[in-house]
Design a protein around this ligand. Structure first.
Ligand code: ARG
Length: 458
């Protein structure tokens, strides 16, 4: 295929160099965005009298045909083309000849590609947000079903204080709500059209960038043409938000993996989201969660790819930037597939409340509550803390737990202790009594579910 820029050259590009230079295997997936951008550009060229209305109409109609022909498979993308922009233009010209050759007036592939990526990312961001919402919904559903299930809350992976299972998983819902906020922020900052920046310096034609920006649903256009074609900060911002999404999914995965082990057995994943072993017949492995945890590294890597590509580039466009697409698409695909598998995995997982409660019982997890009991009877917290520490040490030595140590023994440590202490340190009341805003108490959990539900309905 002869290059569009062949005029200046006396020899064809070397075959290996040609393949090396080509990006169509990667960027062909932006054909829809490329065509939409070209349609808006052609309409503007006519409105400003740069090309005739007839030519513009012909270009726009034919681009519409090309779009539906690619969609339907009638037209196949030619992977010998240099990139998707060149392919669409060549296809247009092959269909309508010289008229098609007028499309690239007052435009460059540099603003074209900067535009296509933004349009592509805008669509994808929307899709990812709705996938995150589906996951939040699954979490809220599981939380509602398990409002009264008590589990150990951990710090340092040591049993710390009893909490409700609902409270624990709702923490992830809150993180995901913020993730959506980050994605929306990134999308809003991204939503300025670079089209019309041309190669780098703008153009001698009297173009209307406001018109194309509006037609393509942007909030405005980039004010500096060099910035418009050179920066990919919006990619970095988006991939950074996606890395945070993956970080959250990865932590959740880690817990799901732990919870499904025989050591914990707090949950059982559905058969449809687990796998067996090729040799050990008893195995039921949480592969989906492990893969999500593993793929998190990939998305971080994609972010670093973009950061590294850009760090030494002089303004304006450099071919290095062609390398951004593979990382962008990989990050988007990875996050989407992880979210797609995660929501139903959560939805279908069974909780095993007996095991959670067993793990929370008898392990001094209510020691804080015992100290609070003394405080409520008038003892300063630090003194109460010290007494309870001594009681725990005693219990460990004697093979007792707080629930079973007799009241006479308690009284030897402090006269403040009375029979009502046993009720105060029961797991149920430990959770119930945590009435502070945002705590694990019932009102707070209900409020969280309500917040999340309202967020999803908004
Ligand atoms: N395929 C190129 C890319 O993705 C398009 C821009 C090429 N511009 C140029 N001046 N060679 O970056």
């Amino acid at each position: 295929m002869e290059k569009m820029w062949a005029g200046r050259f006396s020899k064809a590009l070397d075959k290996i160099a040609d393949d090396f230079n080509s990006s169509i295997h990667i960027d062909s997936r932006m054909y829809r965005q490329d065509i939409k951008g070209s349609m808006a550009h052609a309409a503007m060229l006519a409105a400003k009298g740069i090309i005739s209305k007839d030519d513009s109409d012909k270009i726009i109609d034919t681009l519409g045909d090309i779009l539906s022909d690619i969609d339907s498979g009638k037209t196949e993308i030619d992977f010998n083309a240099e990139d998707i922009h060149m392919f669409i233009e060549a296809e247009l010209t092959s269909r309508i000849g010289d008229i098609g050759k007028r499309l690239h007036t007052a435009r460059s592939r540099n603003d074209q590609v900067a535009l296509d990526i933004r349009l592509y990312l805008r669509d994808e961001t929307e899709e990812i947000i709705s996938l995150i919402k589906a996951l939040i919904k699954a979490i809220a559903g599981k939380a509602s079903e398990n409002k009264d299930v008590i589990m150990p809350g951990y710090t340092h992976l040591q049993r710390a204080q009893p909490i409700s299972f609902a409270h624990h998983i709702l923490a992830y819902a809150m993180m995901l709500v913020r993730d959506i906020g980050r994605l929306e922020d990134a999308a809003a900052r991204m939503n300025f059209s670079p089209l019309g920046s041309c190669a780098l310096a703008g153009t001698t034609y009297n173009t209307d960038r406001e018109m194309t920006a509006k037609a393509l649903g942007f909030d405005g256009y980039t004010l500096n043409s060099i910035d418009g074609v050179s920066d990919r900060d919006f990619v970095i911002e988006l991939l950074s938000a996606l890395s945070t999404v993956m970080m959250h999914l990865s932590r959740f995965s880690e817990e799901i993996i732990l919870w499904s082990s025989w050591e914990f057995k707090f949950i059982e994943l559905d058969d449809s989201y687990t796998t067996g072993s090729s040799i050990m017949p008893q195995k039921k492995n949480p592969d989906m969660a492990e893969l999500v945890r593993g793929k998190t590294g990939r998305v971080y890597g994609d972010l670093f790819t973009i950061l590294t590509i850009l760090k030494g580039l002089p303004l304006a466009y450099n071919k290095d930037m062609q390398e951004d697409k593979e990382a962008i698409f990989d990050a988007l695909d990875t996050v989407k597939v992880c979210l797609e598998v995660f929501a139903p995995m959560i939805e279908t997982m069974k909780t095993i409340p007996e095991n959670m409660e067993k793990a929370a019982s008898g392990g001094f997890i209510n020691a804080t509550d015992l100290a609070d009991y003394l405080v409520k009877k008038g003892m300063p917290f630090r003194t109460a803390y010290k007494h309870v520490g001594e009681i725990v040490a005693y219990c460990i030595k004697e093979g007792l737990v707080l629930e079973t140590m007799p009241i006479e023994k308690y009284k030897e440590f402090s006269p403040y202790f009375d029979n009502d202490l046993y009720d105060e340190i029961s797991l149920v009341s430990c959770v119930k009594k945590r009435i502070s805003a945002g705590g694990t108490g019932e009102d707070s959990v209900l409020k969280q579910i309500e917040f999340v539900t309202e967020f999803l309905n908004a």
